[in-house]
Structure formats: structure tokens, C-alpha cells
Ligand binder design. Sequence first.
Ligand code: FPP
Length: 239
Amino acid sequence: MEPNPQNPSNIGIIMDGNGRWAQSRNLPRAAGHKRGAENVREAITCASLANAKSLSLFAFSTENWKRPASEVDYIMSLVVEYLAKEIDELKEKNVVIKFIGDISALPIKCRSSIADSEEKTKGNSGLAVNIALNYGARAEITRAAKQLAQDALASKITIGSIGEESISARLYDSSVPDLDLVIRTGAEKRLSNFMLWQAAYAEIYFTDILWPDFGRNEFRDAILFYQGRQRRYGGIDEG
Ligand code: FPP
């Protein structure tokens, strides 16, 4: 089987290393998050140039609430600031913005700017940017399982009819596709509860580069890694 010559259509990024980027410059952690948020713009440009269909970004996990309240508040404010600054241009560029995660638990200011951004870009048809905020894959799958149980109890579905599609249809956003490539910056080699269902067959690219330093060349390296992989989906190499 030949290596995959295609670009990945659906890319996920675990944007790790903001804190270390700041600390290595004797700056407060917040400065790293600020640079990290600025780098989202570059990631969207790179994904568009690579002709990707979707870019899913891990911005805040269900576990990130364990951080000091000031850091949590700052990350939330960066999301609001980012949307306020970029949404008109994103709309113009035909990007569709969606959020996945338990949005109901977020501060009101955050929720309203999320609703506003989703509304403004919902008629677009270009790159889908899915921002995972207060997101955990296990919580997402558990929520889907509960909905299935409720539907079965209400006799809306039969147990026998439950398949993988039934779970996919009940994830936070059923239009979010399976991932082809997951990129994790910041040297850790784990998925940290990011899109476990959608990443079942994804190629996974780990890099030591810290998120604020992950620019165009680093993105290209990740794409080249993907193109060099053989995707077998559990089959065998028949070549
Ligand atoms: C991980 O770095 C990063 C986060 C937990 C927050 C990511 C948030 C942003 C990039 C900004 C907001 C996003 C958008 C969409 C505008 P870390 O703090 O765990 O870094 P460390 O491992 O070096 O401490």
C-alpha cells in the first residue's frame, strides 16, 4: 500500500505548551495563553491553505477547571476577545464556527459570544472550525449513551437498532467528522480526552514545539508526516 498522498481533510489540534512558552521567557502564564490565542488565526490560515474541511481545536478541557480561577477566567476572556476581533473576517472567509463541549456551564458573556459567532457563520460553507471548550471526550460519549438509554426507554428506538451511527448522531455536534490527523504540540504524548470517538483512526503527530511557536513551517511538517503514513483502518498491506 502506497503512503497517503492526500492532505488530511479533518484536522484536530491539542494546543499545548502555552504556559511553558511564557515561563521560558520569564513571563506570566497568561502571556503564553495570549500568544496561543493569537496563533489560532495562523492555524486557521494553514488549514485553509491545506484545503482542509475542518479544524478542531482543544481550547479548554473539563479538567482545566482545576487551574487557578484567575487563569480559567483569563482563558475564557481570550475566547470572547478572539471572537469579537475575528468573527467578521471569519464570516467573510466562509468559515463556519462551532463549539463543542458543555457550553451551558460557561460564563454568560462567553455563552452569548459563542451563540453570536455560531449564528453569524452558520450559513457559510467553507472550513469548519470546531472549538472544543469545556470539552471532554468521555463526557461527550457518556452524554450520548444517556440519550440513547432515554430514547430506548421512551420506545423511540430499539436496542437492536443501536449502532456506531446512533452514538455519532448524539455527540455534541453530529456534523463534526472523524479526524484524519491529530496534532499535539508541547511534547506530551497523549490524547488527554480529546475527541476519542472521532480520533479512532486518526494519525497522531506529536511535536515538542510549544503551541505559540507552531507556525506555518511546523504545520507543513505535520502534513508531510500525514502524507507519509499508510492508512489501513485495521486492514493489511496488500502491496
Ligand atoms: C495548554 O497550554 C493550553 C490551554 C489549556 C489553553 C488553550 C487556550 C488558548 C490557546 C486560547 C483560547 C483559544 C481560542 C480558540 C481563542 P498549557 O497552559 O497547559 O501549557 P503548559 O503545559 O506549558 O503549562
